[in-house]
Design a protein around this ligand. Structure first.
Ligand code: ADP
Ligand code: MG
Ligand code: ZN
Length: 492
């Protein structure tokens, strides 16, 4: 039987507000000394009372607006009861039946091969948004012992700095069909949230976390199959690979006439497998009830309208502007708006240099290649927009050749030195003086009589060989166009 995968995602986003969700403690706790950003409220001391962080409500509504959700007129917080040592209160303040945002959708452009019947050049997958709600993050447990996991740990340490940091949960409809679509959706969502500026979205730091629900069903049927939920994926690639693994695992079970059991599974990136964490039988009954220490909230339509009008430019609009204002191709515009920092880098360059096609070529080519090789992000690059623009201008002026520029780029990337400095230090100025080139060409010709004969007997390869000799002699500094012209003239 042919099966189709059905995927729905739950994404948790830590907001970058100054203070925590229900107290005045700093919410910027990553990397801080454990348990230094806590107070009676976020430690769950008896008698302490929470106060809502208005900014966090605003950030959540902004996310909803960007995802085409409906912003609630009336919303409240609820207690989600469970016992776990990372939760000092033994309940988490979350939202149950009246989230801040409901409904919505995101259109995701999927490159490459589409499922049967769609356009092979790529297609758009519309992913429905079920809800966007606000809650508080938990503390962090560090398990000490060989396994590094709670099972088998000798003991565990708890850090409550993160407890109470505002956390937004975005839940999608089960509209996603392939691991590629899931990856593309998460990339797009992250991009939108980065543009909103409401979270730092760093996946490695856990500011942006994704859980994936996946099931299979016979192709052409509507009814949902039994799902598993995969956790612990902390990169786009992990999401894609974990889902591919899970689809295959479920496919094998169904193919063998067995059943998929509803459970939570843990992605092990090192082993490339998902492993069972807990089954449905152990699922929690959270006994949700309205949080009695907080009043419900009315979000006025005026406030929502003002918020909507204040939204910054989002990726789709930015892409359109890049095409219309800069004259970039769709391909380039898509690449350059695929993340906020890449778009910002490009625009910083474009401010100082009008030929934007050259800028985009350098960003998409050399810069991306170097960044990927050492796994850095563009805002961590030692080659800043200032470096890049200076380099391109030096090529334009004929001071350096394209080949030299690539070497200089590498040096800039490694040392952060400006191109002018590198050129000076290495004596890398291009030789563009015709007399000087003339002399060098003569020298090379004199030593390579055989190549001259070969060239004259019609062997084009000999020309390339001679160019190579000249470049070797000048350590690549000779102006290539000039060398070409002079050599041809002399040979004929
Ligand atoms: P749960 O009660 O297990 O948390 P929910 O109904 O709240 O499940 O859905 C959680 C996520 O799982 C949503 O993103 C939803 O789209 C997705 N989902 C629900 N049922 C299925 C299914 N059978 N297959 C795949 N995804 C599903
Ligand atoms: Mg759920
Ligand atoms: Zn606190």
């Amino acid at each position: 039987m042919n099966y189709e995968a059905v995927i729905g995602l739950e994404i948790h986003v830590e907001l970058n507000t100054e203070s925590k969700m229900f107290c005045g403690c700093s919410a910027r706790v990553f990397g801080e000394k454990p348990n230094t950003h806590t107070c009676p409220v976020c430690l769950g001391m008896p008698g302490s009372l929470p106060v809502v962080n208005e900014k966090a409500i605003e950030c959540t509504a902004k996310i909803g607006l960007a995802l085409n959700s409906k912003i609630a007129s009336f919303t409240k917080f609820d207690r989600k009861n469970y016992f776990y040592p990372d939760m000092p209160k033994d309940y988490q303040i979350s939202q149950y039946d009246l989230p801040i945002c409901e409904g919505g959708c995101v259109d995701v452009e999927i490159a490459g091969l589409a499922p049967e019947g769609s356009d092979p050049r790529g297609y758009v997958r519309r992913v429905g948004i079920t809800r966007v709600h606000l809650e508080e993050d938990t503390g962090k447990l560090i398990h000490i012992g060989e396994s590094g996991r709670i099972g088998g740990a000798e003991y565990s340490l708890v850090d409550f700095n993160r407890a109470g940091v505002p956390l937004v949960e975005i839940v999608t409809e089960p509209d996603i069909r392939t691991p590629d679509e899931a990856k593309a959706f998460v990339q797009k969502l992250k991009n939108i949230i980065e543009h909103l500026g409401v979270s730092d979205c760093d996946m490695e730091k856990g500011f942006f976390r994704c859980d994936a629900n996946v099931s299979l069903r016979p192709l052409g049927t509507e009814e949902l199959g039994t799902k598993s939920e995969v956790k612990n994926m902390n990169s786009f690639r992990a999401i894609q690979r974990a889902l591919a693994y899970e689809i295959e695992r479920q496919g094998e079970l169904l193919g063998a006439g067995e059943r998929v059991i509803q459970e939570t599974r843990h992605w092990d990136a090192a082993k490339n497998v998902t492993m069972s964490l807990r089954s449905k039988e152990e699922a929690h009954d959270y006994r949700y009830f309205p949080e009695p220490d907080l009043v419900p909230m009315e979000l006025s339509r005026n406030w929502v309208e003002e918020l909507k009008a204040s939204l910054p430019e989002l990726p789709n609009a930015r892409k359109k502007r890049f095409i219309e204002d800069y004259g970039l191709t769709l391909y380039d515009a898509e690449f350059l708006t695929s993340s906020k920092t890449v778009g910002d880098y490009f625009e910083e360059c474009a401010k100082d240099y009008p030929d934007v096609k050259k800028i985009s070529n350098w960003i998409m080519g050399e810069l991306t290649m170097h960044l990927n090789a050492v796994n850095l992000k563009i805002d961590e690059s030692a080659v800043t927009p200032r470096h890049l623009v200076q380099l391109i201008k030096l090529i334009d002026e004929g001071a350096i050749s394209g080949k030299m520029a690539k070497d200089i780029f590498k040096e800039m990337f490694e040392t952060g030195k400006l191109p002018g400095i590198i050129i000076e230090e290495k004596g890398l100025v291009q030789i563009s003086n015709e007399k000087e080139i003339d002399k060098i060409v003569d020298m090379v010709l004199e030593e390579n009589q055989k190549a001259i004969e070969e060239y004259r007997s019609g062997k084009d390869r000999a020309f390339g060989f001679l160019i190579g000799q000249i470049m070797r002699l000048t350590k690549g500094r000779a102006n290539p166009q000039l060398v070409n012209d002079v050599l041809r003239k002399k040979l004929s």
